[in-house]
Design a protein around this ligand. Sequence first.
Ligand code: G3I
Length: 308
Amino acid sequence: ITTLRQTAAHKDILIGSGAINPTYLNDAQFSTVLAQQFNSLSPENELKWNFFHPTQGYYNWTALDRLVDFAEANDMAVKGHGLISSCCNPDYLLNITDPTQFRAAMTEHFNAVMHRYHGKMDRWDVVTEALQTMGGGLNNNTFTKVLGPGYIADAFRIARAADPTAKLFINENLVESYPGKRQELFNLVAGLVGDNVPIDGVALQMHITEIAPIPGVITNITNSYKALGLEVTIAEMDVHTLKKTLVTEIYGNVIREALDAGITDISFWGFTDKHAYTWLAGAKPLMFDEEYNAKGAYYVTHAALTDF
Ligand code: G3I
């Protein structure tokens, strides 16, 4: 049997694992499976603001460099997750209340990381979780408070200027499950496109519970953004239900529908159920078990890629 990346290679499909913390690479089995199966990776937390830029003017690149070096050595793409989110922002930033200074801090931060990894990180989650979890407005985070809703457009403009060659995404959760939130994201993104904000696509997180997306929803989402000239990707898929056969079924259905809908960039939020390596420790949401044996979810994903 070929690996996932071998199957995907001839079809121009990115098949990736997110949630890669570079310390996991010390585990030889982990890094072997990662490099064999996937042609893309993204960091779990290491690119969040506080993790590499905790105080003004101080950057710690050790963790990100290690990921990029690993990817280069194994001929993998790297996605930059994520430039802005409500989580993990340093005190120095949270203390800036002047919009001009705040925007300058964003520009400095984006320039630093996007220049350093220019040509190495080819796509970025510029804004992650702009909307409230259940929908119903923007997250009232520090960005919204200081800059208002326009922070999203600002972020994309700053990112495009920092690296005009990279693809820029808005990353959001649960839109495949909640129709109201789905419409809300669409309105937000259509507004950005209408204002000529440089955005290339929508990254669906797809942290799925046992309530799987209704058949047809992924296709509709993809088509709606295609009509705006945008790409849709799956960025952080995992399936957290303890019903084993349901996990397999959901992986198969989602990946098949996504490929048929024209999605060519699919990443999972990790690949092994080993407790230390998934944010859903205790659940078994991924394609490999704790001992790195391929599970049903792996085989149906492999089959979907093969058939495509
Ligand atoms: O680094 C500190 C450590 O110093 C401290 O001792 C420890 C005590 O709690 O916390 C550590 O930070 C934790 C960090 O992960 C690193 O382990 C944070 O508390 C914890 O909140 C953080 O969780 C991450 C979460 O995002 C919040 O940013 C998860 O690992 C990460 O998997 C998760 O990933 C997100 C994506 O970025 C966006 N989409 C949803 C996805 C799942 O929630």
